[in-house]
Design a protein around this ligand. Structure first.
Ligand code: ATP
Ligand code: MG
Length: 508
């Protein structure tokens, strides 16, 4: 018996058939992984199963009974919970307040208060502690959500779903923003849930994870369900081929680097974060033309703030940032862009795109005021359009529609728009922060090859990635960042997974 099932589920968006007669089922106690290239329709399918959007046709069943969801509330009542890719928590509220939000129980304290409901804090908190204990979710109910790292915020979202009685947990790319340690913990939690008969649907692009956690794997391709397999009957390269519809090279080929002049020179950089903590401590590094310097490190060791400082989004407390000798320390972002720095930001939703702008305008976001996109103060729409017509096929952005708004694109396609823009405007140095986060294996291959080709043509690249595989595949030199400092730098020939892993944990 299926706890949740989709029968011939179809979703037609204007101009895009996002789900085409999709069949899917989930059994109690199983982890069912949903795979598929960017834009395949995974999130759309989950959003229908959670009542966020309604199907154009087809049927959803819970325990073999047809259901009609008009909102997530209907899905929640049927025991379906979802943890979104972008958490929906209120940062200034406590964990408990966030969890009870919308399901507050009130109790009348005294006759004097009669009629005035008073929020009951004691019993929800006890229930939260009990859930946290049962599923080894280490969360303090009284902590302020805004103070918690992403991994813990995600646990709050899970407890929130459990608190509402979820029997099914849908998670859309839950590990994309987690450190390897946090991902391991998440998998332990998922195992604890399924051991009690609950079931989980997981979307991920990381094939190694799929093999480790899945009981069954379903693969989507261009809106259709192409097959369901078990991990013991498949391997990573077969899954990649099912997703993308062709063979994927999981390893990039590249010639030895021919480093040229120093492009980026950072000396003794010190940065403090929003809470006045020193998060970058005396960092010095150089990126030369024609080389890729990879910064390995567990997320949260100052990489984010380092990149923000280089790109003009945060001020340095001490030290200097130079590009081809020009002092750019604390310069405004536009000056840094004009000095030849491209930036693929870590948070594409916040720093990468304007969601309600067309794709074409997003592709001109850094250059719209320059020729040929503007003459004087007049925007030249034909030039902006022509650029999009060139970049969309070159970077395989789907749908290939320049007047689609960026917000309607799937996660991976948003990333491709940013990469197209940052890699096509003649930058000499590329700061690439988590460049393939949320990107499918076929597009990872494409982006990696693009970066390597550009580096062979003289581009210098500072690569920041939480994926050790990506660091090892692309870098010519590797630096390890730990607690705000670069604790080691080595040529790629000397970098092994084990050595980097130890350094990332601070073991020298
Ligand atoms: N609100 C919307 N309006 C128009 N088109 C949409 C909307 N939401 C999604 N789409 C389109 O539907 C298709 C499927 O998108 P979906 O987000 O389900 O893909 P996905 O498999 O989750 O991809 P990714 O791995 O990149 O997250 C895409 O072509 C997308 O552009
Ligand atoms: Mg998605």
């Amino acid at each position: 018996m299926a706890i949740l099932a989709a029968h011939n589920l179809t979703k037609q968006f204007p101009g895009v058939l996002a789900n085409d007669r999709v069949n899917f089922d989930l059994e109690p106690g199983e982890v069912h992984v949903l795979l598929g290239e960017n834009g395949a329709g995974k999130t759309t399918l989950m959003n229908m199963l959670y009542g966020l959007i309604s199907p154009t046709s087809g049927e959803i069943q819970v325990n073999d009974q047809a259901v009609h969801f008009t909102s997530p509330n209907d899905a929640i009542k049927q025991g379906i919970g979802m943890v979104h890719q972008h958490f929906m928590l209120v940062p200034v509220f406590t964990v408990t307040e966030n969890i009870v939000l919308g399901v507050e129980q009130t109790k009348k304290r005294s006759s004097w208060f009669r009629g005035l409901g008073v929020l009951d804090r004691t019993s929800p908190e006890a229930k939260i502690r009990e859930l946290a204990e049962k599923f080894s979710l280490k969360v303090d109910p009284r902590a302020l959500v805004g103070d918690l790292p992403v991994g813990i915020q995600q646990k709050v979202e899970i407890i929130k779903a459990l608190y509402r009685g979820a029997q099914v947990l849908i998670m859309d790319e839950p590990t994309a923003v987690l450190t390897p340690q946090e991902a391991t913990e998440l998998f332990e939690v998922i195992h604890a849930l399924t051991a009690q008969g609950m079931a989980a649907i997981l979307i991920t692009h990381k094939l190694k994870e799929v093999m480790a956690i899945a009981d069954r794997i379903s693969v989507m391709h261009q809106g259709r369900m192409v097959g369901t397999v078990t991990p013991d009957a498949t391997d990573e390269s077969q899954l990649a081929e099912m997703m993308v519809g062709r063979k994927v090279i999981l390893q990039v080929e590249k010639a030895l680097a021919q480093p040229g002049a120093a492009l980026l020179t950072i000396e003794n950089l010190t940065v403090i974060d929003d809470r006045q903590q020193q998060v970058v401590s005396g960092v010095s590094l150089t990126v030369q033309a024609g080389e890729i310097l990879g910064i390995a490190g567990v997320q949260g060791n100052g990489q984010t703030e380092l990149v923000e400082t280089i790109t003009g989004l945060r001020t340095a407390r001490t030290g200097t940032v130079r590009m081809l000798g020009e002092d750019l320390t604390n310069a405004p972002p536009r000056k840094i862009i004009e000095a030849g720095v491209g930036h693929i930001p870590e948070d594409r939703e916040k720093h990468g795109l304007v969601k309600n702008y067309f794709l074409s305008d997003n592709m001109a976001l850094c250059t719209y005021y320059q020729e040929p996109f503007a003459q004087g103060v007049v925007l030249q729409q034909p030039a902006i359009q022509a650029q999009a017509d060139r970049l969309i096929p070159a970077f395989d952005v789907r749908p290939a529609n320049p007047t689609a708004t960026a917000g309607t694109l799937s996660g991976g396609n948003k990333q491709k728009v940013i990469i197209a823009r940052e890699m096509s405007r003649g930058a000499k140095l590329l700061i690439a922060a988590q460049p393939t986060r949320g990107v499918d294996v076929g597009s990872i291959e494409f982006i990696h090859q693009h970066i390597v080709t550009a580096r062979e043509a003289g581009l210098g690249v500072l690569l920041i990635s939480a994926e050790l595989d990506e660091i090892l595949a692309l870098s010519d030199r590797v630096a390890v960042m730990f607690q705000g400092s670069i604790i080691a730098t080595m040529p790629i020939e000397e970098a092994t997974r084990e050595k980097l892993g130890l350094l990332m944990a601070g073991v020298k």
